[in-house]
Design a protein around this ligand. Structure first.
Ligand code: HEC
Ligand code: HEC
Length: 402
């Protein structure tokens, strides 16, 4: 369409040039014959000059006028549809242009306001944070992992991201940015940030590689904890590979659950294990701290922003492993029932892991249409989700044993 718009633009330029030449020629011609002073009273006034006789008027002159009329009609009849043909190209060109401009404003906003925590380019970072008790008293200063945002639209819809930006994530370092949550940014600026986030989403194969790398990192933790005497990159790499290939589904699921890659962006633990994002076991239960005992020791899946998944909670919520897996694929949606008792609350809660939901809630007026639809060799294809089916099955196995 852009090519079409450009072709039309150049055709237009040529036509304009020809038109301009014509007008110039006409003016020049008038100027030249004007010198002859045809209408001068010295000779004969123009209105006294004999005009064409009937013979000529009704044949040559009439034919010429009619032909000119027909010619003009043809120009209008063809020119208008031709102009109209280029309209879709012009429109999409303009949308691309403005979307790009808004996204680049979003990038400026991002680097100014967000990069200190989420890292330059939104690849993940850390946020200094003060944990307080429910009375607001100091408990500990921690470094809270701020997840990469480069796959956020695989997990959340644009509407959910907008909610998180507007209201922040309470009880975490993520502040409210939008006016609805008492933040400093306008709705337009929030929109620009979302367009920027959309622009930096990883391609599906890049994302798969990142998730895999994180799983290997989690496996490294397992193998070095099991055998602290393990030394040398080669030996450790071999042990990691051995661990992953021989892992039971539940063991693999534990790695998926605790994936530390991109500052926890791909993990479940950052929401379902309180303290995971700030390595709470480093500061927990310090008897010297008057309120130190308020810092929970990490209980894997014991609940945080997301609910407690231990003590058989998920097997009661999801009677079958397939129901459980289906919930992980699609996540929760505002006002939609899940499992035996659940209702999704909306606003960026439980993400979708098995299918791209970036434009699940777009309307035709939104500029976000099409994030999930990409073209592979010219064929439209859905991007798919953040986790593979095997990874989803593994995490289901792990959770159902919690
Ligand atoms: C003070 C540090 C800090 C700043 C500044 C900050 N964030 Fe965050 N943000 C966080 C942390 C930490 C989290 C993860 C919270 C959690 O663990 O639940 C987060 C979560 C998010 C999430 C949800 C991601 C997910 O997958 O759950 C989005 C989206 C987000 N931030 C976008 C932004 C944008 C855009 C800005 C700038 C306007 C910004 N953040 C500024 C610390 C920050
Ligand atoms: C951004 C935070 C977040 C992340 C990341 C997250 N969850 Fe959740 N999860 C939630 C919230 C919040 C709920 C409650 C549902 C709601 O309110 O919409 C939930 C609900 C659930 C439930 C249903 C629990 C019940 O009994 O109602 C399961 C199971 C679950 N999550 C598993 C996972 C798994 C597995 C992962 C990782 C693959 C994961 N979650 C990642 C926030 C999260």
């Amino acid at each position: 369409m852009l090519i079409l718009a450009n072709t039309f633009r150049s055709t237009g330029a040529v036509l304009f040039f020809i038109g301009a030449l014509g007008i110039l020629g006409y003016l020049l011609y008038n100027f030249v014959i004007g010198r002859k002073e045809v209408g001068s009273e010295v000779e004969l006034a123009a209105n006294k000059k004999p005009y064409l006789d009937d013979e000529q008027l009704e044949t040559k002159k009439l034919d010429m006028s009619l032909t000119m009329g027909l010619g003009l009609l043809a120009v209008i009849g063809l020119g208008l549809p031709l102009y109209w043909l280029g309209e879709p190209g012009r429109q999409s060109g303009y949308t691309d242009f403005t979307t790009g401009q808004l996204a680049s404003r979003g990038e400026t906003l991002y680097e100014e306001l967000c990069s200190a925590c989420h890292g330059p380019g939104a690849v993940g970072g850390v946020a200094p944070y003060t944990v307080t008790d429910t009375e607001g008293r100091f408990v500990a200063s921690v470094q809270w992992k701020a997840p990469a945002l480069t796959a956020a639209l695989y997990r959340f819809s644009t509407e959910e991201i907008r909610y998180t930006l507007n209201f922040g994530r309470q009880n975490s370092p993520m502040p409210a940015w939008g006016a609805p949550g008492g933040g400093p940014l306008t709705a337009q600026q929030i929109e620009e940030l979302i367009l920027y986030i959309q622009e930096i989403q990883l391609a599906p194969d890049e994302l798969a590689t990142e998730v895999e790398a994180g799983i290997e990192q989690a496996a490294r933790f397992e193998v070095t904890a099991a055998d602290p005497s393990l030394e040398g990159d080669d030996a450790i790499d071999a042990a990691i590979e051995e661990y992953i290939t021989s892992a039971t589904p539940a063991e693999l699921g534990k790695l998926v659950f605790n994936n530390p890659g991109s500052q926890g962006a791909y993990s479940c633990a950052r929401c379902h294990t309180a303290g995971w994002s700030w390595d709470s076991d480093l500061v927990a239960l310090d008897p010297e701290q008057p309120f130190g005992s308020l810092i929970p020791l990490q209980v894997s899946g014991g609940g945080g922003f997301g609910p407690n998944l231990t003590s058989g909670a998920t097997t009661r919520q999801f009677l079958t492993a397939e129901d459980h897996a289906q919930f992980l694929r699609v996540g929760s949606q505002d006002g939609v029932a899940y499992g035996a008792f659940g209702q999704g609350d909306g606003g960026g809660q439980m993400p979708a892991f098995g299918g791209c939901v970036g434009d699940r809630d777009t309307t035709e007026f939104s500029p976000f249409v099409g994030f999930c639809e990409i073209e592979i060799d010219g064929v439209p294809d859905n991007r798919g989700g953040m986790l593979t089916e095997e990874q989803i099955q593994a995490v289901v196995a792990y959770e159902r044993e919690m």
